[in-house]
Design a protein around this ligand. Structure first.
Ligand SMILES: O=P(O)(O)OP(=O)(O)OP(=O)(O)OC[C@H]1O[C@@H](n2cnc3c(O)ncnc32)[C@H](O)[C@@H]1O
Ligand SMILES: [Ca+2]
Length: 495
């Protein structure tokens, strides 16, 4: 017994010191890991905001974006918090009373004041970008165009936000920023791998933008945009076709079918049974249709639907001119276009129309067949089937679907094979596809040219490694203490 007590006394494993060291060791490891975890835990999230007004030809929309304050330069962090659609037409339609253009924005701007926390108002940048409607107005009457911009500027300056300017953006910017938006939202820019091309169909213009390799891009400098984003270089092909948005294309197609003096126009792009009286001046009231405009347009005509998709496409094909191509290859109107490189995201009216027609996942042949069927359905039946849909949109879907088919195939040269690379999209991760997000990211320098330095290990990996090393040290320590024990025991036995 005495021997045993002596052994226990001499056994360091049972001594108070060793127990204390063990407890301290475990406590130290727990403290170390807890500190590592807490150190990297995000602080209470603080958000920043940005507002962009998309002053389109058909309407204006106010987009409010939000992002975590400390993650500004991380891709995919900015998202759309709210969209407010301004009531009434686009600002370019206020040419007869420019001051009302600004007034039309007030309701949405009041809404924006509620969506952005008051303490952030002063620092929130506010931009307005106007697109094809204002480009056309500036061609028609620069003075009125300036008055409209002055009127929206006055109202935007009166808001509590940090007003950064209202301007007409170029077609190149519209295309390139649309491309940035969808690739940013898809989180493709940081990876530096494949990107998605952008197809945007507005009311007055349409844009095609895709990344391409350098070969051949020297052919047309005006169609080339280069970016360095997150350390990757991109060469983009982009073109904006003014007057080829769906409203202007409809006017062009109708003007080409109408002969002044005729009291009726039989239109294959409208359903049979459709019949509306129109004035010739409404058809020719656009700088897009100046050519061929008769001196006397004060007549009216009855616009009658005939409902024939293939005839409609023939009529549409005639609005794409073919003046000869001065480059190695062209899309239409003598515009350079390198071979298309998919995949593509097609948004705005591409989506509205194809979604309504239930054509977002059909083959090219399937799309043609469905269009034939839709156009040949009598107008009264179409109205019966879709009682909740705005009649103007409903009447135009036969034209719009055929226009999209023709623009993509006859215009941009998509084939049965490449058609399947197009995805019709409205939103990506809750944010609308369109040029506004890319525009704001660019103006606020939120996409750095070089990839930001990141720690060699992700946070979880860092904590795991720390835990592992601590455990190894602790185990080594225990073994070294234990290795003393038999020696002590032996000594005891000898004694
Ligand atoms: O880019 P620009 O050419 O300036 O024009 P926009 O910005 O005003 O054009 P949108 O993309 O907002 O809309 C494109 C067209 O789609 C129309 N549109 C909007 N919603 C629609 C819907 O649900 N169904 C059919 N057409 C729709 C709208 O009237 C325009 O003619
Ligand atoms: Ca637009």
């Amino acid at each position: 017994m005495a021997e045993q007590r002596e052994m226990k006394e001499k056994n360091p494993w049972h001594s108070a010191v060793v127990i204390l060291i063990t407890v301290l060791g475990i406590t130290a490891i727990v403290a170390l890991v807890t500190t590592a975890v807490l150190q990297n835990k995000p602080l209470l999230q603080k958000y920043k905001y940005g507002i962009v007004l998309d002053a389109g030809s058909s309407h204006t929309a106010v987009y409010i974006y939000e992002w975590p304050a400390e993650k500004e330069n991380d891709t995919g962090r900015v998202h759309q918090k709210h969209i407010c659609k301004v009531l009434g037409p686009g600002i370019s339609s206020y040419s007869h009373s420019p001051e009302l253009a600004g007034e039309s924005l007030r309701t949405c701007m009041k809404q924006a004041e509620r969506f952005v926390p008051i303490r952030r108002h002063r620092e929130t940048p506010l931009y307005l970008g106007a697109t094809a409607g204002m480009r056309l107005l500036s061609m028609e009457n620069q003075n009125v165009c300036d008055q409209v911009l002055g009127s929206v500027e006055k109202v935007l300056r009166s808001t509590p936000f940090s007003y950064q300017g209202a301007r007409i953006i170029s077609g190149q910017e519209e295309g390139a920023f649309g491309w940035i938006t969808i690739n940013y939202l898809d989180d493709r820019l940081k990876q530096g791998s494949g990107t998605t091309g952008a197809l945007d169909l507005g009311g007055a213009s349409t844009q095609i933008t895709f990344a391409t390799n350098q070969e051949g891009m020297g052919e047309s400098a005006e169609n080339t945009v280069t970016f360095r984003l997150y350390g990757n270089d991109y060469i983009l092909y982009t073109h904006s076709f003014l007057c080829y948005g769906k409203d202007q294309a409809l006017k062009k197609t109708l003007a080409q079918q109408a002969q002044v003096g005729n009291s009726s126009v039989l239109d294959p792009c409208f359903n049979e049974g459709y019949s509306v009286d129109r004035n010739y001046s409404s058809v020719y009231s656009s700088p897009c249709i100046m050519a061929g405009k008769p001196l006397e347009t004060g007549y009216s005509f009855t616009h009658i639907g005939k409902g024939d998709a293939s005839q409609c496409q023939q009529a549409i094909r005639r609005i794409f001119t073919n003046p000869g191509c001065n480059f190695s290859r062209c899309s239409f109107n003598g515009v350079y276009q390198p071979p298309i490189q998919g995949p593509f995201g097609a948004f705005s009216a591409f989506y509205f129309v194809m979604n309504f027609l239930n054509l977002t996942s059909d083959s090219l042949e399937g799309t043609r067949e469905k269009m034939e069927r839709y156009c040949s359905t009598p107008w009264h039946q179409i109205k019966q089937q879709h009682p909740g849909v705005k009649e103007k949109y409903l009447a135009e879907y036969c034209f719009s679907g055929n226009y999209i088919l023709s623009l993509l195939t006859d215009g941009y040269k998509f084939t049965s094979e490449t058609w399947s690379t197009i995805t019709f999209i409205k939103k990506i991760s809750g944010s609308d596809a369109g040029w506004t997000l890319g525009y704001m990211l660019n103006l606020t320098n939120m996409i750095p040219a070089e990839a930001p330095d990141s720690p060699p290990l992700p946070h979880a990996g860092y904590v795991t490694l720390l835990l592992f090393i601590s455990l190894v040290i602790f185990v080594i320590f225990l073994f070294s203490v234990k290795s003393l024990w038999p020696r002590c025991t032996t000594q005891t036995q000898i004694i």
